[in-house]
Design a protein around this ligand. Sequence first.
Ligand code: LLP
Length: 432
Amino acid sequence: MLLTNNLTVNEQGHLAIGGVDTVELAREYGTPLYVMDEGRIRLACRQFKQSIDNYYGGRGIAHYASKAFCCKEMCRIIADEGLGLDVVSIGELYTAMSVNFPPERIGFHGNNKTEEELRYALECSLGHIIVDNLTELETLDRIAGEMGKNARIMFRVKPGIEAHTHEFIMTGQIDSKFGLALENGEAMGAVKRALAMKNVTLGGLHCHIGSQIFDIDPFVMAADVMLHFIADIKEQTGYEVEELNLGGGFGIKYTEQENPSAYDLYMQKVSDKVKNTCAALKLKQPYIVIEPGRSIAGPAGITLYQVGSVKKIPGVRTYVSIDGGMTDNPRYALYQSRYEAVCANKADAPRDQTVTIAGKCCESGDLIGKDMPLQQVEPGDILAVLATGAYNYSMASHYNRIPNPAVVMVKDGTSRLIIKRETPEDLIRCDL
Ligand code: LLP
């Protein structure tokens, strides 16, 4: 029921995270409240690092995809663990720079970076700007020239692999807003153009096949496709790509029924593929970057709410209304995502009823989930929704002018505030 072993039920029958009683957290910091477990974040970082060491001789690095959960403290922790960072907007980059994240370990993504963003990225001297299209390439070359800088770039390539949770299919894959296509020569054309440019240095190639992927095979196939492209580039231009960024997308356990592959196995299989294909194609083994986001932040977080009304509609369903909803977790509304919920102050009781958890927005679709098992709850109880560390805070909105919750970090039995709760005054700060 609790998904990860940093979640426990203590002597009072309360849910605890990282050794901290969640009912106490709700009392001290208020609800809704995002709670992140530092131990769990660091553990995931170390597992990725360890698997790169074990299977690829340490010739690679994990860049945390900060879109999953970005704030100053998260950037500090990621920097401290020696990982790099994937940023995708001026805001994520600014957050990272505000805590002196080493810029050489930052990759800047996005399919439509603005000139302002490109200029800022160049000022910061980032490790790589991952160029999505030819317009961006030309703009970057021009801006870098104007600024007297040289832009280190990678190209985002569509490897032609579409990955789903339990299956994968090869597709033409031209139909994606991200990156350059292989099959129509677009990617090769961009590589040749970049090699001829004065203000741009091509450092590598990037691909990302999707998110919340459980199978390892699509990742292995993507690596294979990218290596064949590297061989083609070498043959046609003599230039050998030295760095290959294989993106993120590793699935996590949101519900008891889900069973993601171990990340260790991913690195083992991808490393084998890279080594074998490089040998077969007579290539140097590239430096490998991976970009896990959800798998680092997701299992580390939970959200605490207070139960308001409990509406039992006989023969229809039971609605449990909470003091948050789609503004702090839009994932059910967007993707019909499934979660586990636990009554934090009755965590030792059986989850013997089926409920629909509803948020407080003026919108019927504002649900955290339908038909979820839960303890018998009453108004005033504390509800915990599990595995909300990724793509919850980062996707929060101000719909209905609901202030964003606070974020608390727990570590070995202690807690500290890392993001303050917004106030109504915060919401009118930019209003004129
Ligand atoms: N690298 C690139 C270029 C990406 O676009 C992404 C995610 C990642 C890495 C990290 O993927 P992860 O390891 O977190 O799966 N909002 C959606 C997820 C969107 C993911 C977008 N890109 C959700 O809530 O499920």
